[in-house]
Design a protein around this ligand. Structure first.
Ligand code: BJ8
Length: 426
């Protein structure tokens, strides 16, 4: 990586803390990703993106800002990237997946807050996230209680925090609220960018984001093959890069990877032997560099063939379908699309478990690992009905609760191995 010290200091990063973070990240990446056997050549692009995730990509954001474009950071897949692109903005994901400066985070947040939120605060207070520091606006959303209340603490720490209200029920009133919030967000984006959303800019933005989603859907479908042409770790990485990369370049790179995977499928080649145990992971999102659980799973003679998660199919499986040609009608279509997302903050939330079932059938999975972050009430609460419903239909489920630390790795590994044994005996 080139020397980006000047850029990082101009962004106000704590260089010492940032160096420490990058060195841990680099080591983990080499151990977890580069040590995998039989990786597709197409993953080289994603290795490169990761090696430059705090370098070249940040330089691109700074160049975009110098041209007057705004960088909009967000923590949730309910924030429509289409609207950001329609004012020529750059959308970046800010969720953090590392246990960094939790002591600092706990000076503001209760200890029993999920790791995802603590990590976001740890990164902010430790000044180690260039995406957050480069963001002109940080968008929060009233999803779970943890996030909702933590934004009150985040507001004084960032330049411009904008909070979106969120429905909690899939009702007509809920949909109307979401649409109203998207309209309010459009007004905010127009104000900060100085650009008006037009039919053309919105249509083009929808096409760009839909193309990105279609590419990862193609990748998801290829994983139905036995043997799977790609590991769950690599597929997760692609889904994580989804939130950072330039959307057009990302789409092209995913298609190139898929072309190669299609060849593998034709030749019956894969990352592991045909007949390897296949699992789906369902639950909380896994932000970079949260690779602990998939690493433990795939080192247990298993291949992960799908993620029912916001960093995975829950975030990407719907496209925005045009149902009219005015800005108002396109915002309606965007609302329709996002209102489908079956996050556990909704009550009731039956479509989520139905979709997990559908995934197990499509992807020929033999079991499901339900992953909740400790203290994440929505997903922990929902894990029990998900388990009951799936087990009722004959699909074995292992419920795991964990955090970002490595302390429970041994215990998790034992439980995963016992689960895999159970599946092999079936
Ligand atoms: S749409 S899943 S990205 S809210 S893990 S912070 S839920 S306590 S991340 Fe999410 Fe949007 Fe829903 Fe998806 Fe709260 Fe749970 Fe923590 Fe979570």
């Amino acid at each position: 990586m080139a020397d980006y010290t000047k850029m990082w200091s101009e962004l106000g990063l704590d260089l010492e803390g940032h160096d420490a973070l990058l060195s841990v990240l680099g080591g983990a990446y080499t151990d977890i990703f580069l040590s995998q056997k039989n990786r597709p050549e197409g993953m080289k692009y994603f290795d490169f993106v990761m090696s430059e995730v705090h370098g070249l990509r940040i330089q691109e954001l700074m160049d975009a800002k110098a041209q007057g474009r705004k960088v909009i950071g967000s923590y949730c897949v309910f924030v429509p990237e289409e609207l950001i692109l329609a004012v020529d903005g750059v959308s970046v994901g800010l969720c953090a997946g590392a246990e960094f400066n939790f002591e600092g985070a706990e000076t503001l947040l209760p200890r029993n807050t999920c790791s995802l939120i603590k990590s976001a605060f740890g990164f902010k207070l430790g000044k180690v996230c260039p995406y957050l520091e480069a963001s002109d606006v940080v968008v929060g959303e009233n999803t779970c209680d943890g996030k909702k209340k933590s934004y009150e603490m985040l507001a004084p720490l960032v330049k411009d925090l904008y909070v979106m209200d969120m429905p909690q029920m899939k009702s007509a009133a809920g949909k109307a609220l979401l649409k109203e919030e998207y309209r309010r967000f459009v007004a905010k984006l127009e104000e900060v960018s100085g650009k008006k959303i037009t039919v053309d800019s919105l249509k083009k933005a929808v096409e760009v984001v839909n193309a990105k989603r279609k590419a990862v859907k193609r990748l998801a479908e290829l994983r139905a093959a036995d043997p799977s042409p790609i590991s769950g770790l690599d597929a997760l990485l692609v889904n994580q890069v989804f939130f950072y990369d330039d959307p057009i370049r990302f789409t092209d790179s995913v298609h190139k990877l898929c072309d190669e995977l299609e060849e593998r499928v034709k030749q019956g080649a894969g990352v592991s032997a045909k007949g390897t145990t296949r699992l789906i992971v369902s639950g909380c999102p896994m932000a970079v560099p949260n690779w602990k659980l998939p690493m433990l799973i795939e080192s247990s003679d298993v291949v992960i063939v799908g993620e029912e998660s916001c960093v995975g199919e829950r975030g990407t499986r719907w496209l925005t379908e045009f149902k009219g040609g005015t800005v108002e009608e396109i915002i309606d279509s965007i609302t329709e699309r996002y209102f489908n997302i079956d996050c556990a903050i909704f009550t009731p939330n039956p479509s989520r478990v139905e979709y997990v079932k559908e995934m197990t059938e499509k992807l020929k999975a033999q079991g499901v690992i339900h992953y909740s972050l400790q203290f994440c009430q929505p997903y922990i609460m929902e894990s029990s009905p998900v388990e009951k419903e799936l087990e009722k239909s004959g699909m074995p489920v292992l419920r795991l609760e964990t955090d970002y630390s490595q302390e429970d790795a041994g215990q998790l590994k034992t439980r995963i191995e016992a689960f895999v044994e159970r599946l092999k005996k079936k």
